[in-house]
Design a protein around this ligand. Structure first.
Ligand SMILES: NC(=O)c1ccc[n+]([C@@H]2O[C@H](COP(=O)([O-])OP(=O)(O)OC[C@H]3O[C@@H](n4cnc5c(N)ncnc54)[C@H](O)[C@@H]3O)[C@@H](O)[C@H]2O)c1
Length: 496
């Protein structure tokens, strides 16, 4: 059915707009609303923050579940013409579930500008269009990260949250402030929902729950940041959807609600639970705490209980078992095909080699970078447009358009010396950013493994290219040789 026909079939004002519909929480919310018989209009730019195929399959699922009652628009929520088209084309929807955002704490430190664009400008545009056409209820995703490094035992909506420790958290806090302003000026009924680490089927691949289930199932090493004593209040996605829909159905002026589970789990216990559910032992690499991470989160959910009847039903161990069951069903090949076994072994060897810590030219990364250069016209379009959307004049110098060329020059300088370490000139060139390079090591290594595994057409390549072009120093990391990685494991010495 066309968008026009779908609109005609939906009574005036009845459709619900869900932004971020292709994402994790947005797609679960759409699914719930469609199963309840609602007409849903989804908007999502389907950016490549993680594999777009995951998002495309979420949209396909919603089209199957919703049929004529689901219409999807692929586009940016900051595009005012698109928003006008959605509102006028679907009988001026009066309810909005706004989940679209740049999520993730660590990448927001690398590139705050896309966060300000999608989160702050995007939320303001949506509130504006909601006020323009009339609105009964507007709910949006804030985050527990607004609590920063709070030492409180329970995080309450009454706490002061004026000290966000990452650009991501700051954008969410900014959205809460703007939401109050729109309520004050235009009487918008609006609820800011502070989610506490949401997990479950179709979860975000960049977040620990799915990442750990995936890596432990494949026998690949996992990275544990800190000593394992940090703890998080993990919330199963069905419980969060329950809270979202309750708040949508119960407009109460301006409100902020914690939507968590109310019972935190230590990182070490979390890993043990995944081991139990997957039946495999985790190989753990312990790394320092990351900047922007908060040591502990725990939601006081009494306000949502009292005002909305919010009642989370899924204890963390049960949620992990459900996540693993979904993972096994959707990834039947994991851990069994020769490719998976080879990849796990490759990852292990890469880490072992990296642990030897010799300062040398990173030949492998150079190779991958060259593959990235070759694939540049085909891949990385989404990333390029993301970067392009930020105001170039405000971007750090490392993001200039000639960075590929600079990197190529650096690559040549490093390799023509034909010595095992970079030339002094090359080192001096990149010295100012050398100290920042250390934190990239893991992501570069991860992307490298992916890229080599699928080169030259894997989606990890443009990602890697972005990292490389942002930081040429990534090429100067201590790296293993290709031959170390691909060499067959040493044969056992013959028994006498
Ligand atoms: N998952 C969690 O644990 C968690 C915790 C706290 C808060 N949140 C918030 O909940 C919301 C949903 O998170 P998620 O985990 O489902 O993330 P997600 O990345 O899976 O979904 C977000 C979606 O928004 C889309 N998007 C981003 N910028 C856009 C733009 N400018 N225009 C149109 N679409 C855009 C992305 O393509 C993505 O599909 C986000 O606002 C996030 O900040 C999530």
């Amino acid at each position: 059915m066309s968008a026009q026909a779908a609109a005609a079939a939906c009574p005036e004002g009845r459709a619900i707009v869900v932004t971020g519909a292709a994402g994790f929480i947005g797609s679960h919310t759409c699914e719930f609303l469609l199963n309840r018989g609602e007409h849903v209009v989804g908007i999502d730019e389907v950016n490549d923050y993680y594999d777009v195929r995951v998002k495309e399959s979420n949209v396909a699922l919603l089209e199957r579940v919703g049929g004529d009652r689901f219409t999807f628009y692929r586009g940016d929520i900051c595009d005012v013409a698109l928003l006008d088209r959605v509102w006028t084309g679907h009988g001026k929807p009066r309810r909005v579930v706004h989940m679209a955002a740049r999520a993730g704490v660590r990448p927001s430190i690398e590139d705050p500008f896309v966060y300000v664009h999608s989160n702050v400008e995007g939320t303001t545009r949506l509130m504006d269009v909601a006020c323009k056409y009339g609105n009964d209820s507007f709910v949006f995703a804030s985050s527990s990260s607004v609590y920063g490094g709070s030492k409180e035992t329970l995080f309450s909506e009454k706490d002061s949250v004026d000290f966000p420790v990452s650009p991501y958290a700051a954008t969410k806090k900014a959205c809460e402030l703007l939401a109050y302003t729109y309520h004050h000026l235009y009487k918008l009924n609006i609820a800011a929902l502070r989610f506490f680490t949401v997990f479950g089927p179709r979860g975000r691949p960049d977040m620990a729950p799915l990442k750990f289930v995936d890596k432990i199932s494949r026998g690949a090493p996992i990275q544990q940041f800190g000593d394992g004593s940090s703890s998080r209040d993990y919330t199963y996605v069905d419980d969060v959807v329950q809270g979202i829909v309750l708040s949508l159905d119960t407009p109460l002026g301006y409100q902020v609600y914690n939507l968590g589970n109310g019972s935190p789990t230590k990182l070490g216990d979390f890993i043990a639970l995944v081991e139990e559910a997957t039946g495999r032992k985790a190989e753990i690499e312990i790394l320092p705490e990351q900047p922007g991470d908060v040591p502990r989160t725990c939601a006081d959910i009494s306000k949502a209980r009292e005002l909305l009847g919010y009642d989370p039903k899924t204890p963390f161990p049960e949620g992990i078992r459900k996540l693993v069951a979904w993972y096994n069903e959707t990834h039947p090949e994991v851990g069994q095909t020769p490719e998976c076994v080879e990849r796990a072994a490759m990852e292990r060897r890469l880490r072992e080699s990296a642990a030897r810590k010799a300062f040398a030219v990173d030949e492998e990364l150079l190779l991958t970078f060259r593959a990235a250069q070759a694939s540049r016209p085909t891949f990385g379009r989404d990333r390029a447009s993301t970067i392009g959307r930020s105001d170039p004049s405000k971007m750090r110098p490392r993001m200039n358009s000639s960075s590929f060329d600079d990197l190529t020059k650096l690559g040549v300088a490093l390799t023509t010396d034909d010595v095992p370490s970079p030339s002094e000139a090359a080192k001096a060139d990149v010295a100012p950013t050398l100290e920042n390079a250390a934190k990239l090591d893991l992501s570069v290594a991860d992307a490298f493994v992916d890229a080599v595994r699928h080169a030259p057409t894997h989606r990890g390549i443009p990602y890697l290219a972005t990292i490389c072009s942002s930081r040429p120093t990534a090429l100067l990391k201590p790296r293993p040789k290709v031959s170390d990685i691909f060499a067959p494991p040493p044969e056992a010495s013959p028994q006498p």
